[in-house]
Design a protein around this ligand. Structure first.
Ligand code: HGY
Ligand code: MN
Ligand code: MN
Length: 413
């Protein structure tokens, strides 16, 4: 059979996704598979088992990234890589990340059963801790692999219970021997749900992002004076939660104030002692600013940081700011983006050139090789929620586009 007529098995892809969705399944129909958790371990073990069934050369590096290598006709050549992440948000969906690991797995299963030899080798990967929810920041393991983040810094990141990244990696048995370090790649494709409403609104089946917005993350710590809420007069209070409340609204107003395509969000907050009859004296909250224009995002941060310091001064609540993480916006290789659009068209799937507001490991892979992504619609534009959903037919269609893109790149001399 001509490789252009090759198709993946939609039912086998569905079965793999359903088996993975059962690992960490939540009552609301989503998943909780926090990075380096017991659930993450179970899913990793299953993924490794599936890789070995395809006689792939399986390696695990010392950031826990899992790689499967399929030999090509000339293994001296740089491979084509495709992958994403198995970890999820605390109450995440059944498709975010895992579709981008099961998709290339289904491509390799299809090549294996049809005895298709590609000129170049092919790598599949599961990147550790893409979400950055348990251990900030996001995409930390692809960042170390790409040489953009320091491994020791990543190892010492702690979760809300003070558990260290490295200790958890060892605990689940996925701190591999191989150093987490990039090797040459010919191309990188990441298959992912859109996580937004555009494809559905425009009636398109395949999204071909021109790239990913920049992601800038900050952590804000406020000190107040705890006291009994009854006898303490309102005047002269140092209420850390009220200071935080004023600051959070400033973040929400930033995109209107700065213009452009910016989004700015406070998604996480801890308030101490968090008792209804004690004035709060410690608050931590996070800031997430994204834009295609990195300079605009930085100008927005400088603006809101000044406002934070003013509010902290007015309320007598000392502030500590951590500039936790920044990854630049990543414009993909337009030649490869056109390959996604062309493959979709050849398969009869309506496609759309767009932008990704969600961060992906592709942000870091784009710093070292030609990179492109393939999106399929998120029903109702919902993601990072238990109701996250994509039709099985769309999952199949996106995987067929991935198959054709990987074949085209893996057969380039
Ligand atoms: O933050 C993101 O967009 C991704 O889920 N890490
Ligand atoms: Mn994701
Ligand atoms: Mn995500």
């Amino acid at each position: 059979m001509e490789t252009k007529d090759l198709r993946i098995s939609g039912s086998r892809l569905r079965k793999s996704l359903e088996e993975m969705a059962a690992i960490g399944a939540t009552p609301g129909g989503g998943v909780q598979r926090l990075t380096l958790s017991d659930e993450d371990k179970v899913a990793r073990d299953l993924f490794v088992k599936w890789l070995r069934e395809l006689d792939l050369d399986v390696t695990i590096d010392d950031m826990g990234n899992i790689f499967g290598r399929r030999a090509g006709a000339d293994n001296r050549l740089a491979p084509v890589m495709s992958g994403s992440h198995i970890d999820s948000q605390p109450k995440g969906g059944r498709f975010d990340g895992i579709l981008g690991v099961m998709g290339p797995l289904e491509v390799l299963r299809t090549l294996h059963e049809n005895k298709v030899e590609t000129h170049r080798p092919i790598d599949i990967v599961d990147w550790t801790n893409e979400e950055g929810s348990r251990f900030a920041p996001a995409m930390v393991a692809s960042g170390v692999w790409a040489g953009a983040l320091e491994k020791e810094w990543a190892y010492n990141r702690t979760d809300i219970n003070g558990k260290r990244f490295e200790d958890e990696l060892i605990r689940i048995g996925y701190k591999g021997e191989i150093p987490c370090r990039q090797h040459p790649l010919h191309a990188y494709f990441e298959y992912h749900i859109e996580q937004g409403p555009i494809l559905e609104r425009k009636g398109k089946l395949i999204g071909a992002p021109k790239g990913i917005l920049c992601l800038h993350w900050y952590d804000i710590y406020l000190e107040g004076t705890a006291n009994q809420v009854g006898p303490t007069p309102m005047k002269g209070r140092n209420d850390a939660l009220c200071a935080a409340a004023e600051m959070i609204l400033k973040v929400n107003q930033l995109p209107t104030k700065m213009g452009g395509d910016m989004v700015a969000t406070v998604g996480e907050i801890q308030n101490y002692p968090n008792s209804r009859n004690i004035i709060p004296d410690k608050v931590h909250f996070t800031v997430d600013i994204r834009s295609w224009d990195d300079d605009l995002a930085i100008a927005a941060w400088e603006d809101v940081r000044k406002a934070f310091e003013e509010i902290a001064g007015q309320r007598g609540c000392p502030i500590r700011i951590e500039e936790t993480w920044r990854v630049a916006h990543s414009p993909f290789d337009e030649r490869l983006v056109q390959r996604v659009l062309q493959s979709a068209e050849n398969l009869g799937y309506p496609a759309l050139h767009m932008v990704s507001g969600a961060g992906h490991d592709a942000s870091y892979m784009n710093q070292i090789t030609s990179t492109a992504m393939i999106f399929v619609p998120s029903i109702g534009g919902r993601s990072h929620v238990e109701v996250e959903n994509t039709t099985w037919e769309d999952c199949e269609a996106g995987a067929n586009v991935l198959l054709q893109c990987m074949l085209a790149s893996a057969n380039e001399k």
